[in-house]
Design a protein. Structure first.
Length: 179
């Protein structure tokens, strides 16, 4: 059975992005430390918020460049005027909300896992659903003072245990699994 996995980063004071909306996700360091490749291998579908999809200057960039060359289910917002480039591995579907995107991801992921990627609304929607089996939380040693909170949600409805911690120069990477 596939797991639903959330990959998110936040500052020590709980923000995923600074006050200008710039993400603090340490993606380049994660590549250097070999932390992305194992996640890519286990992922059969990505659920991504429309805000995260829009962070790419050119939506055609995803085909051939994005780590996750799997079906990407984008939720929220309007469908783009032009369908992004697909390459036989990566494909895109635009759905109205997180629940619809997660349902579609379950239909296309096969035996592999579903990775929840994105900014605060993606993390919040995933956590509110109660469907997150694992969390990779990238704790970045910075105080932002203000910005966009990662978990600005009502009480979460699952408990987790720490299964591993990896330290890199730019972050502490905590892997949590649902009890």
């Amino acid at each position: 059975m596939s797991s639903v996995v959330l990959d998110a980063a936040m500052s020590i004071d709980g923000f995923w992005a600074d006050e200008n909306g710039n993400s603090i996700f340490p993606v380049e360091e994660m590549h250097r430390a070999g932390l992305i490749a194992p996640l890519v291998l286990r992922t059969g579908a990505v659920v991504m918020s429309r805000a995260s999809f829009d962070m790419a200057d050119d939506p055609d960039w995803f085909a051939g460049n994005y780590e996750y060359q799997v079906p990407v289910l984008v939720f929220g917002g309007e469908r783009p005027d032009t369908q992004p480039k697909e390459n036989g591995l990566i494909s895109f579907a635009f759905l109205p909300d997180f629940t619809a995107a997660l349902t579609a991801a379950r239909q296309v992921c096969g035996e592999r896992d579903i990775m929840i990627i994105g900014e605060a609304s993606a993390a919040q929607s995933a956590m509110e659903s109660g469907e997150v089996d694992e969390i990779y939380l990238r704790l970045v040693p910075r105080f932002l003072g203000k910005g966009i909170a990662l978990f600005d949600t009502p009480a979460l409805n699952r408990d987790y245990r720490r299964t591993s911690v990896t330290m890199t120069k730019e972050a502490t990477h905590i892997h949590l699994t649902a009890l």
